[in-house]
Design a protein around this ligand. Structure first.
Ligand code: IPD
Ligand code: CA
Ligand code: CA
Ligand code: CA
Length: 289
């Protein structure tokens, strides 16, 4: 459908408003007992994930009734022929949330013809009884912000001096095993590799310059869409782990400042040989023609 000229500022405003609506639901429940269900052996979902998604979706539907929406818990809805597709992770880092372990986040971004153009991530840091929320935002070509202040990636160019972060998904496949090898190699070579458990937050931490690089296999569009835009707008180079151009439908991500990206890629690309083509191509599900 023809949506007329894009007002990127308006998209950003709605993304932020929607992410904050989800975060308000999370805030209200964060120190209360959780209602946990299982999607897989260790893949949790709580009633808060679903309630947050409902809150995000109602803001987006009211603002843009003719856009397509993709939420982790509810799947695709709205006009799937729209050039705008919203990617919603109502609670990224559900396992952390379920245990009261910081951090976790609400992540909302809009893609225009597959490309992220505006996004917001509300991170919950702190801990039980003293949670603090931090709002990261970015719009394409307009920079990245934390609580309204500009942020940028680190300038560390040397892996030996770097602090890195990665993640391990719920599916313990070949890519997961390969990432354990990478974890070992980079732990040996860098100052350390963190494993936080919330991909959207990991990407925002690259944007903020508190980690120098991040990579992970097998993420989904809602894990990456907002965080990738925020990191890119903060100056990060974003590719797949084998150095290909990144899309939110890619099967891996590597985000790092320009100076250190090549040195990280050198290792990840060797390890990913033959792994990248496998798995489902999610673009077939919902990319508009
Ligand atoms: C997960 C987190 C985690 C990553 C997993 C994701 P969820 O998202 O981002 O860091 O390693 O692959 O599925 O399920 O907590 O929203
Ligand atoms: Ca999940
Ligand atoms: Ca997620
Ligand atoms: Ca989630």
């Amino acid at each position: 459908s023809d949506t007329g000229p894009v007002d990127i500022e308006q998209l950003l405003e709605v993304a932020e408003h929607a992410a904050k609506a989800g975060a308000a639901v999370v805030s209200e429940r964060v120190d209360k007992p959780r209602n946990i269900e299982f999607k897989g052996a260790t893949d949790l979902v709580t009633d808060t994930d679903k309630a947050s998604e409902d809150a995000v979706l109602s803001v987006l539907r009211a603002a843009f009734p003719d856009h397509a929406l993709l939420g982790e818990e509810g799947g695709i809805s709205g006009d799937t022929g729209s050039e705008f597709l919203w990617c919603i992770d109502p609670l990224d880092g559900t396992t952390n949330f379920a245990h009261g372990y910081p951090s976790f986040a609400v992540s909302v971004a809009v893609l225009q013809k597959g490309d992220p153009v505006a996004g917001a991530v509300v991170e919950f840091a702190g801990g039980p009884g003293s949670w603090v929320t931090k709002t990261y935002t970015a719009a394409k070509g307009k920079g990245a912000f934390l609580n309204g202040k500009p942020i940028s990636v680190s300038s560390c160019k040397d892996v030996n001096l770097s602090l890195l972060v990665t993640g391990f998904g719920y599916e313990h496949d070949e890519a997961w095993a390969t990432n354990l090898e990478l974890f070992k190699e980079f732990t040996d070579e860098s100052r350390g590799v963190r494993r936080l458990g919330a991909a959207a937050v990991d990407l925002c931490h690259v944007a903020l310059g508190v980690v120098d690089g991040y990579w992970e296999f097998r993420l989904k569009p809602w894990d990456m869409a907002a965080g990738v835009l925020i990191a890119r707008e903060a100056g990060a180079k974003i590719t797949t782990m084998d150095g290909q151009p990144f899309t939110v439908f890619s099967r891996s991500v590597l985000a790092a400042n320009d100076g250190i990206h090549p040195a990280i890629l050198e290792k990840t690309q060797v390890k990913t040989e033959g792994l990248m083509g496998r798995g489902i191509d999610m673009s077939a599900w919902f990319l508009p023609e």
